[in-house]
Design a protein. Structure first.
Length: 341
């Protein structure tokens, strides 16, 4: 078994050395922690799939330190140039035609496209610069489980399977990047994130297809999160609309076992839940809710007595799309009303 280390910023050289020898290193970003490997080392990339238990047809996002590195793996078009100038470094992944004879099908999932992004984290961009190679970087967790937003989350899932985790504290955004497909005639958002379709349209000057696609069992997904079960703890998760919290709390109080409750600060105050056990604050607004979602799901998943988690759903507007998308997948689309029938 590998002795997994947690490295701080002063130990960056150890992380660089590990990547160069073909080992796996988890790295921080503004979204979630990623599981890094040399994108041109097929043996190392295969270890990523094995460590996560990830299906091999699920493509990996390639992380770069600068625009020059994009050209090593992808064919850049005008749309991509505009979006790079507007949003990079930042939480935007672009799907582009793969550059021939560069990264292998192990990275692309057998497709003729490759997903690339430049993370908004100085430490990780320095890691990529010093290793002098783009890094694949899916979320550094067991496949299908809530994504990691701290180094400790990564260690919980992957200790003994990877060389180490580069620790830069909790991530700022807390949900994965927006994914936009720029390899087709019309740009299309394949996964919602912090950057909205309206923001993308304002830069590109064209209409964005933002209707999320469903991928069939025999079809290879172009982006992570399109096909397989994602973001879900082992415990049962139910979404709760704001108007249903009173009934949900009454239901929870009637259970023999404790129920995990995840609400905003306003909802906690409204229902007089401040300071109570089994209550997780999502914070004051949609940004803090997204940042705290996965950490709350992980907290209750690790709490042995808890068997059910109730989580607030946010209003169905563009700014909340990423949060509601991840919560919908974590819950399997189940709402608390189902428990009252």
């Amino acid at each position: 078994m590998v002795q997994t280390k947690i490295w701080d910023k002063s130990e960056l050289a150890a992380a660089v050395k590990a990547i160069k020898r073909g080992a796996l290193v988890a790295f921080p970003s503004e979204t979630v922690y990623g599981l890094g490997a040399d994108a041109f080392n097929d043996t190392a990339v295969s270890k990523v799939y094995a460590a996560k238990g990830r299906p091999s047809d699920n493509p990996l996002i390639v992380h770069v330190a600068d625009i020059e590195q994009v050209g090593r793996v992808a064919l850049v078009n005008t749309w991509a140039e505009k979006l790079m100038a507007a949003f990079w470094p930042g939480p935007l992944t672009m799907i582009l035609p793969v550059k021939p004879d560069t990264v292998s099908a192990t990275v692309t999932g057998g497709l003729d496209t490759v997903a690339v992004r430049m993370p908004d984290n100085d430490l990780t961009r320095e890691l990529i610069r010093l290793t002098d190679t783009p890094l694949v970087g899916p979320s550094a967790n067991t496949s299908g489980k809530p994504s990691p937003t701290t180094a400790q989350h990564v260690f919980h899932d992957l200790h003994g399977k990877i060389a180490g985790v580069l620790d830069d504290g909790a991530t700022k955004i807390g949900v994965e990047s927006t994914v936009i497909d720029l390899s087709t005639e019309q740009p299309a958002v394949l996964r919602p994130g912090k950057i909205t379709p309206a923001q993308l349209e304002a830069v590109l000057g064209v209409t964005i297809d933002s209707e999320l696609k469903h991928v069939s069992a025999d079809e290879a997904p172009k982006a992570p999160g399109m096909k397989y079960r994602h973001y879900a703890p082992d415990k049962a998760v139910y979404m709760v609309a704001d108007d249903d919290w009173t009934a949900a709390i009454v239901w929870a109080q009637g259970r023999l076992e404790p129920v995990g409750l995840m609400l905003t600060n306003n909802q906690i105050a409204k229902h007089q839940l401040s300071g109570m056990d089994f209550v997780w604050s999502l914070g004051a607004n949609e940004d803090t809710a997204a940042a705290n979602l996965f950490a709350g799901l992980r907290r209750f998943d690790d709490w042995a007595e808890v068997t059910t988690i109730l989580v607030t759903a946010l209003p169905d507007i563009a700014q909340n799309a990423a949060y509601n998308n991840r919560l919908g997948k974590a819950s399997g689309g189940h709402w608390v009303n189902e428990l009252f029938d």
